[in-house]
Design a protein around this ligand. Structure first.
Ligand SMILES: *[C@@H]1O[C@H](CO)[C@@H](O)[C@H](O)[C@H]1NC(C)=O
Ligand SMILES: *[C@@H]1O[C@H](CO)[C@@H](O)[C@H](O)[C@H]1NC(C)=O
Ligand SMILES: *[C@@H]1O[C@H](CO)[C@@H](O)[C@H](O)[C@H]1NC(C)=O
Ligand SMILES: *[C@@H]1O[C@H](CO)[C@@H](O)[C@H](O)[C@H]1NC(C)=O
Ligand SMILES: *[C@@H]1O[C@H](CO)[C@@H](O)[C@H](O)[C@H]1NC(C)=O
Ligand SMILES: *[C@@H]1O[C@H](CO)[C@@H](O)[C@H](O)[C@H]1NC(C)=O
Length: 726
């Protein structure tokens, strides 16, 4: 029988705790009992789960077992009391959140790029909010039947699959769908957007009501898409995330795209890391978003070394909305405004509090819900300070436009959509508008439809993109790389509106949104593109190919350097021919985990084997065969010295010789031995040792190591930094 060491995930959201308490048994909570590998024998796993549960709940009459994971790994979801839970070994978990086309051209991946015939055999599993199956991006004209390896199904009501969208399943194990329709149909938009960014077919004349007009296309337009709806409007439960992985793996997907996350948590309590580990064992690379919690250092999530963690960077197109005041002075702010301009009177929110409701101008200046006097804002533009969603509440109070003033107006902030004409100004410009309002008896203004502006500074990592260092394993550099994630046009759900906010009536087939959720599917597509040329490459080999062929970003425009962009911006064309790869398999990751001090018990949950750690299998973090190099010192101003063992596999030409080239800044000394690697055959492996001595200040110091044969440049960043031990 499988190891009876098990961990539990408590699926419980603080935000939605009331919903659970409203259940018939308010002392019961939902837990995931995660047991690692499937047993090798062929008895029913579900009956094993029932038996185990029986021992814990005794004779209590209850439909406790909600779900059995029995396809790709072993575990179940159950409703238990606190006492019952305590009879099992535990770890808690919460709700995960969605990290919310010109981009392909911008990164040098044109529509007519060379394609492998096998691209139409590649299946990308998208774990998200579902998809809108009728979108033009998922039209299957010209597609043959799915490849034979496909074992999935279209297991959803109100959803028709086709030869493009070949599978659809939804999960609602612990009731996160609430009273939403139980269907893989997307009523949020996020999943339709990410799935079409990965593998939507090319659609001409796509735009958001005329903005960003052009061809909307996924990175691998011939690939197939399988939809796993693991997120509902409320969020994404760990139970559903694991069910998505379990099914995607057994259905036969090649790449998993997952733009979800939130917590920074040890690998064994992280449903996404656990699911991705099983995917990796089955030859499937998982591409994850790095998170939208930047620019705070140490905010990067989804840091498991067997997955990709993707930052978000800008493309060379930005959207600005101008406001022209009655005195003809014009200001411009980042905003996606699809509305045609109309002249309206303009008022300061602070001057129109809803006194009948007891509101004061200290509330109405932020346009908080119900704090504006409807009779004084009707058919007017209102100026609001940014706090919580001033645009939605201004609209609900009857306003016809909104000027939002914010500290972030000075930052390089991403343009977003609002449910009414809007622009987004800095505090200083906002004040100028207020001064104008005070200067005349009949202040008026017009907010114009957004214009597209060329951003010469691109690519830069955007403000919100989560930054390193990696708090779980500091000496694994995260994020791994970056891709476009700002103001991306892609398909949208017709089951919602542009913003999804109250009062928005714009139902659109394409929408423009920003997030590491949008950069992640770019990398999923790049991985699928590499896989279509090299179907036998391991997840780590594909990941290495993507990371060692990136375009460097400018450290002067990105002050957090590699903590912002990792190895750099993806270059899918180069990734198909990287020359050398840093490969790694399950045993390498297990040795790494052993070396990190994880117990045999914890590891057996993942591997299914007991006693996997031994001194012989114990590898230091510096010896994991990772395509980047990181070393931390725990005191600022101190020196640190580390030795890295690495092995590269020749995937270029048979007879080749690579020379090393090291770039090291002041304060960093790098030695590589040997400095030449000669290969006779494709598939041959060669090892080398890198020794780095660094004196770190308060900022990250960055060098690089490049293996070059004159054709390929296999590039890895080397970063040294101060990392406080907590
Ligand atoms: C492009 O789409 C718009 C609506 O989004 C439509 O009005 C226009 O006629 C289309 N143009 C072409 C050439 O199809
Ligand atoms: C603003 O510009 C318009 C058109 O250029 C002009 O007709 C109008 O008189 C100007 N108004 C003021 C207040 O300068
Ligand atoms: C006061 O606010 C409530 C909502 O909280 C709203 O329904 C009501 O119409 C408001 N009353 C007035 C007089 O504005
Ligand atoms: C505009 O006038 C109001 C009311 O007199 C005053 O509170 C506010 O400070 C003035 N704002 C500016 C920017 O002059
Ligand atoms: C299918 O989904 C659409 C869009 O969400 C919804 O309007 C419709 O009622 C659903 N149909 C059924 C039969 O549930
Ligand atoms: C592996 O290394 C870690 C960290 O140095 C140590 O805690 C652990 O005891 C070692 N395990 C074995 C089996 O040697």
């Amino acid at each position: 029988m499988a190891s009876l060491f098990f961990l539990l995930i408590l699926t419980f959201s603080s935000i939605f705790s009331n919903t659970f308490a409203a259940d018939s048994n308010d002392h019961l909570k939902t837990y995931i009992v995660y047991m690692g590998e499937l047993p090798k024998s062929d008895f029913s796993v579900a009956s094993l789960h029932t038996n185990m549960l029986q021992k814990v709940i005794g004779s209590r009459e209850s439909k406790s077992l909600l779900w059995s994971y029995e396809k790709s790994f072993n575990g179940f979801v159950a409703k238990l009391t606190e006492d019952e839970k305590n009879k099992l070994e535990l770890f808690p978990s919460e709700t995960q959140h969605l990290h919310t086309t010109r981009s392909w051209d911008f990164i040098g991946f044109p529509q007519d790029v060379k394609r492998a015939p096998l691209e139409s055999d590649v299946i990308v599993g998208v774990l998200d909010t579902g998809a809108w199956p009728e979108s033009d991006s998922f039209n299957d004209d010209g597609f043959g039947p799915p490849p034979d390896k496909w074992k999935g199904s279209c297991d959803s009501t109100n959803f028709t699959c086709n030869n493009k969208l070949i599978g659809a399943k939804y999960f609602n194990i612990d009731g996160f769908a609430g009273d939403e329709e139980l269907s893989a149909r997307d009523i949020d938009g996020h999943g339709t957007h990410t799935a079409s960014t990965v593998a939507g077919r090319a659609v001409n004349n796509a735009s958001l009501l005329g903005l960003a007009n052009g061809v909307a296309r996924g990175g691998v337009p011939s690939a197939r898409i399988a939809i796993y709806k693991i997120c509902h409007l409320r969020g994404c439960s760990d139970a559903d995330i694991l069910a998505g992985f379990d099914n995607a793996i057994s259905d036969g997907v090649d790449i998993i795209s997952l733009s979800v996350g939130g917590r920074i948590i040890t690998y064994f309590r992280d449903s996404i890391a656990i699911g991705a580990f099983h995917a990796m064992k089955n030859g499937i690379l998982t591409s994850n978003s790095a998170g939208n919690s930047g620019p705070r250092l140490g905010s990067v999530s989804n840091t498991a070394p067997w997955s990709l963690s993707v930052a978000a960077s800008s493309i060379d197109r930005k959207f600005f909305a101008q406001i022209v005041l009655g005195n003809n002075i014009t200001y411009e702010g980042a905003a996606i405004n699809t509305f045609d301009g109309v002249i309206y009177p303009i008022v300061d929110g602070a001057s129109v509090p809803n006194t009948k409701n007891g509101s004061a101008s200290s509330d109405s200046r932020y346009c908080l819900p119900d704090t504006l006097d409807p009779t004084l804002v009707k058919n007017k533009i209102v100026v609001c300070k940014d706090l919580i969603d001033p645009a939605e509440s201004a609209l609900l109070s009857g306003a016809s436009g909104v000027v939002i003033e914010s500290d972030l107006g000075d930052e390089d902030y991403e343009a977003t959509s609002y449910p009414l004409p809007a622009t987004y100004l800095s505090i200083k410009e906002g004040n100028d508008v207020l001064t104008y309002i005070n200067s005349t008896k009949t202040p008026s203004a017009i907010i114009l439809k957004s214009n597209e502006v060329v951003d010469e500074a691109a690519p830069t990592v955007v403000f919100f993109s989560s930054r390193g260092p990696n708090l779980i394993t500091p000496d694994i550099l995260k994020p791994d790389l970056t891709a476009p994630g700002a103001e991306i046009l892609a398909a949208w759900s017709q089951g919602t509106t542009v913003t999804g906010e109250q009062g928005d009536t714009r139902v659109v087939p394409y929408n423009i949104i920003s997030g590491t959720s949008m950069s992640c599917p770019h990398v999923s597509a790049a991985a699928a593109y590499v896989k279509s040329f090299h179907p036998t490459w391991s997840p780590a080999a594909i990941k290495s190919a993507l990371m060692t062929t990136t375009t460097q970003l400018s450290p002067s425009k990105n002050t957090d350097a590699e903590f912002a962009y990792g190895s750099g911006q993806i270059n899918p064309i180069k990734a198909v021919d990287p020359g050398l790869v840093y490969d790694a398999g399950e045993q390498d990751f297990v040795s790494f985990l052993c070396g990190q001090g994880y117990s045999n018990i914890a590891l057996s949950i993942i591997t299914g084997d007991s006693g996997v750690c031994s001194p012989a299998t114990n590898a230091t973090v510096w010896d994991l065969n990772y395509p980047s190099f990181a070393l931390s010192a725990n005191k600022p101003g101190s020196s640190v010295s580390r030795t890295f063992h690495r092995t590269v596999t020749n995937v270029g030409s048979a007879d080749s010789s690579y020379q090393v080239n090291v770039v090291a800044p002041l304060g960093m000394v790098v030695k590589v031995d040997p400095t030449t690697l000669a290969f006779k055959q494709v598939g041959e492996k060669q090892s080398f040792v890198v020794t780095v001595d660094a004196t770190v200040g308060s900022n990250v110091i960055s060098g690089s190591l490049v293996w070059s044969d004159g054709v390929h440049k296999v590039t890895s960043p080397i970063v040294a930094f101060f990392f406080p031990t907590f």
